[in-house]
Ligand binder design. Structure first.
Ligand code: 13P
Length: 256
């Protein structure tokens, strides 16, 4: 487990202002769990309201357009989400890749634009069940990582977090074994070291995402090279999300 675990809630397309009370409860609890870094990525419409509520947790976006401004009806840029209070943006989520045909090249452009706007990025990578069954998961994920990241990323340890999210584990209640998660995270770590050098590569946090809940969090977070979790469904109530945050705090308290 990383020195300060990072637990991020991805609310996806969930949440109206009625959910602000959940954000408030999460923020209040996070103030007493300072050894864990806690963040929420609500839908665009709630970025500013959550930002205004939050004293402790960081707020982020779930996507951004690669450009800064212009004639792109319905799109939102990195500059805009930063202006609304976002400190980070999730990019390359498999739901964006699937629902919107996002390619690695587009994700790479979005990464550059987000960093230019002063945002940190959480880059998502992950394989389909078919790819895993074919024994090609590590190859697929490490190629996706290289192709989705800008090569000239300065200060990767500050600006980048990678989230490994096997597509078949998202929202399904199924998870890889702790051994499989560890193996994939080691492969991602080796790729990051190749790309950014040993020191930077070692310092980038790698999160696990896919059906993390309060009951399995302790075990999943104990896998090799896991520095936190990207949580979907279980981040929608303060109660279940905080169960995961507490598991991360407990794990971090254990002697190495
Ligand atoms: P679930 O936690 O609902 O499986 O979603 C994971 C995810 O996609 C987070 O980005």
């Amino acid at each position: 487990m990383a020195e300060r675990p990072y637990i991020v809630g991805n609310w996806k397309m969930n949440g109206t202002r009625a959910m602000l009370s959940q954000a408030r409860s999460i923020d209040r609890a996070a103030q007493n769990l300072m050894k864990v870094e806690v963040a929420i990525a609500p839908p665009y419409t709630l970025i500013h309201p959550v930002h205004r509520e939050a004293g402790q947790i960081a707020v982020g976006a779930q996507d951004c357009h690669p450009g800064a401004e212009g004639p792109h009806t319905g799109d939102i840029s990195a500059v805009m989400v930063a202006d609304a209070g976002a400190k980070f943006v999730i990019l390359g989520h498999s739901e964006r890749r699937q629902d919107h045909g996002e390619t690695n090249a587009l994700v790479r452009e979005k990464c550059s634009s987000a960093i230019e706007a002063g945002l940190r990025i959480i880059l998502c990578v992950g394989e389909s069940e078919e790819t895993r069954d074919a024994g090609k998961a590590e190859n697929h994920v490490t190629r996706q990582l290289k192709a989705s990241l800008p090569e000239n990323l300065d200060n990767a340890q500050e600006s980048l977090t990678v989230a490994y999210e096997p597509i078949w584990a998202i929202g399904t209640g199924r998870t890889p074994t702790v051994e499989d998660i560890g193996a994939m995270h080691r492969a991602i770590r080796a790729t990051l070291s190749d790309m950014f050098g040993e020191e930077q590569g070692a310092a980038v946090r790698i999160l696990y995402g896919g059906s993390v809940n309060p009951d399995n969090a302790f075990e999943l977070l104990s896998a090799d090279e896991v520095g936190g979790a990207l949580v979907g469904g279980a981040s929608l109530t303060a109660e279940s999300f905080l169960g995961i945050v507490i598991a991360a705090a407990e794990l971090n308290d254990q002697p190495a």
